[in-house]
Design a protein around this ligand. Structure first.
Ligand code: ADP
Ligand code: MG
Length: 614
């Protein structure tokens, strides 16, 4: 057989490499921003159009390139950052593999203008799909401007795989945040489709965090500081009471590079143990400085997964440092004289007279009694000094009782097969009892019906919201005083994406600024105190599971609302609510399953019971 092995032509090799380096527009943004940082720029501008699909441009004021370098930079393995293998163990730059520009140029239309300080004129190069179209002398400012147009123009399969502009824009924003946070001393601006998204003057780390995540963030931060022989740890964690349902603001930087580390993340969680509720996520911005020789960055082409020599020690230091910081903050909360006390008060209590704290003693309390009578009505709702969370908590627990009361769905739909039309049916629907604050038990002709209260209520709410959204007949209640809620810019942009659907279920919005939302009305099943919680949950769900088309957006919204607002296990339901829930469930189109495909009820027949008595 003849020889069959051949060397791949460069442009093919570059396209293959591009598959690893460039997954989506955000990957290009990351590489270009990092090149600009490596070029010692102090001012960097990012411009994108249509989620980066049509244009990504990064303009810097860094060292620029000579005309030979400009041409060479697009070759594979062309880099100015390392020369020999040993240099890999002493990295001070973001890039070093010399493949980003070659990869990008293989799959896009690229135009670069660059000039070094010593030269009076610079270079203008055009490359399309690895082919140099032109290189000319040009009068350009010092520094480099890289324009990447029509990404994946020659790989339709990859181009079709890209998500909507909004989703791609969100990924780009994430990358922008990471680089901008890692380099607060550099000023950044960011434009999307012609409008300014961020304008961040050079600053310190804390102020950069606040610039990006909003004014409100400042008061949430607790500083973390520790220097040991192995590592220097600096940065901030967010106070436990600001933990969120979504993973949101969690950042590790190792030697000024954003990294992902599930292992170190675990260390942070360990430090927060006991301070936040399960399922809640703390926010953190942690910078680690280690000797470059003790960290391997080259284990993955995108360089966000790294390997530390002594991860165990790092884990232990990190956990104890954060614990210590949180402890100190708890013992002596840092006084902040600039703080506006008004902003500190939960909105329900703002401008209201201060009432003296009082302690209610339950004289009938018996610590040895197993199943206590601590139902919702026994819940003390004195505004505690601990702040809003506990206040919400009380309302949350109390809610469903009343909630079910208003539900009152039309019951003509009760023709479900498990109920007979006989007299007994009537009886069975009105006779219910609650088992272990979790199930509703009722009798039916063939025996016994057991309903999971939480799942059943999810189904009822889910169908109701879906109907509201599709036929746009939602009933909303106007708030007497509109609420002004704070969110991060990222959250607000998600909110804008789903705004239309939210309005369809009954939310009414006023002004939306980059960091606040005015809520003027809410769906009838949502109470004022729940609004923030519900909106946070919605945003976090959308962040996690990016809904593509409008159908899945509507479906997701209905699911999230149903999950958040449904009666939970552990809540006591009065007789009327129990009966209401059973009736509502069987008026549903798909009563047997929750929106998350779990069984809502089961039956035990008389024969089943008889068998137990044999
Ligand atoms: P790497 O960053 O891994 O070296 P790249 O393909 O990203 O590889 O870039 C190749 C080279 O081009 C860099 O090593 C650098 O010398 C030069 N370069 C790229 N972008 C810039 C820029 N914005 N300013 C100055 N030089 C740059
Ligand atoms: Mg690079």
């Amino acid at each position: 057989m003849a020889d069959i092995i051949r060397l791949l032509p460069d442009h093919v090799a570059n396209q293959i490499a591009a598959g690893e380096v460039v997954q989506r527009p955000a990957s290009v943004v990351k590489e270009l921003l990092e090149n600009a940082i490596d070029a010692q720029s102090t001012d960097i501008k990012l411009i994108v159009k249509d989620g980066g699909k049509t244009l990504i441009q990064v303009v810097d004021n860094g060292i620029g390139m000579s005309d030979t370098d400009a041409r060479l930079s697009f070759e594979r393995h062309a880099t100015s950052k390392i020369q020999k293998a040993e240099d890999l163990f002493n990295l001070h730059t973001k890039g070093f593999r010399g493949e980003a520009l070659a990869s990008i140029a293989a799959i896009a239309h690229v135009e670069m203008m660059t000039r070094i300080a010593e030269d009076e004129v610079g270079t203008h190069i055009k490359i399309e799909g690895s082919r140099v179209i032109s290189q000319e002398v040009a009068v350009v400012p010092k520094g480099t401007s890289m324009m990447v147009k029509n990404l994946f123009f020659n790989i339709p399969a990859r181009r079709n795989f890209l998500k909507s502009d909004q989703v791609e824009f969100r990924h780009i924003t994430d990358e922008f945040h990471r680089v901008a946070l890692a380099h607060p001393q550099v000023s950044f601006s960011f434009y999307n489709n012609g409008s300014e998204v961020f304008n961040l003057p050079a600053n310190d780390f804390r102020k950069r965090i606040v610039q990006i995540f909003g004014r409100k963030t400042n008061e949430k931060l607790v500083p973390v500081n520790e220097e040991t022989q192995v590592v220097k740890i600096t940065g901030y964690v967010q106070k436990p009471e600001f933990a969120k349902k979504s993973r949101g603001e969690q950042f590790f930087f190792a030697n000024d590079r954003f990294i992902k580390s599930p292992y170190l993340h675990h260390a942070v969680l360990g430090a927060f143990e006991g301070l936040i509720k399960p399922g809640m996520h703390p926010g953190y911005f942690i910078c680690l400085e280690v000797d470059p020789a003790t960290i391997d960055i080259n284990i993955h082409p995108t360089k966000t997964e790294v390997k530390f020599d002594d991860e165990h020690t790092l884990y232990a230091y990190l956990k104890s440092t954060i614990k210590h910081s949180l402890g100190q903050f708890n013992v002596a909360p840092s006084l902040d004289f600039e703080k506006d006390q008004n902003l500190e008060t939960p909105y329900d209590f703002r401008d209201k007279a201060v009432s003296l704290p009082s302690i209610t003693v339950d004289s009938s309390f018996n610590p040895f009694e197993k199943s206590g009578t601590n139902n919702a009505s026994g819940y003390s709702r004195q505004p505690s000094a601990k702040g809003w969370e506990s206040i919400y908590h009380g309302l949350e627990r109390k809610l469903p009782q009343r909630d079910i009361g208003i539900l009152e769905m039309e019951s003509e739909g009760i023709n479900n097969t498990i109920f007979d039309t006989s007299v007994e049916t009537q009886e069975s629907v009105t006779t219910t009892f609650q088992l272990r604050k979790k199930y509703i038990v009722s009798t039916i002709k063939s025996g016994m019906l057991i309903i999971n209260q939480s799942r059943a209520h999810q189904r009822v709410l889910y169908e109701r919201f879906l109907k509201n959204i599709t036929i746009k007949e939602a009933v909303s209640q106007q708030l007497l005083f509109p609420l002004n809620l704070n969110f991060t810019r990222g959250e607000i942009s998600i909110l804008k994406e789903i705004k239309e659907s939210l309005c369809a279920v009954g939310f009414v919005f006023g002004d939306i600024t980059p960091e606040t939302v005015e809520v003027k009305g809410v769906p009838v099943v949502v109470t004022e105190s729940e609004v923030q919680m519900v909106m946070e949950q919605l945003i976090s769900d959308f962040q996690m599971e990016v809904a593509e088309d409008s159908f899945s957006q509507v479906d997701m919204l209905a699911k999230t609302l149903a999950k958040t607002l449904s009666v939970k296990t552990g809540e006591v339901l009065d007789d009327r609510s129990q009966v209401g829930l059973v009736n509502d469930l069987f008026a549903c189109k798909e009563s047997a399953l929750s929106p998350f495909n779990k069984r809502t009820y089961t039956t035990i027949t008389e024969t089943d019971i008889d068998r137990k008595f044999i």
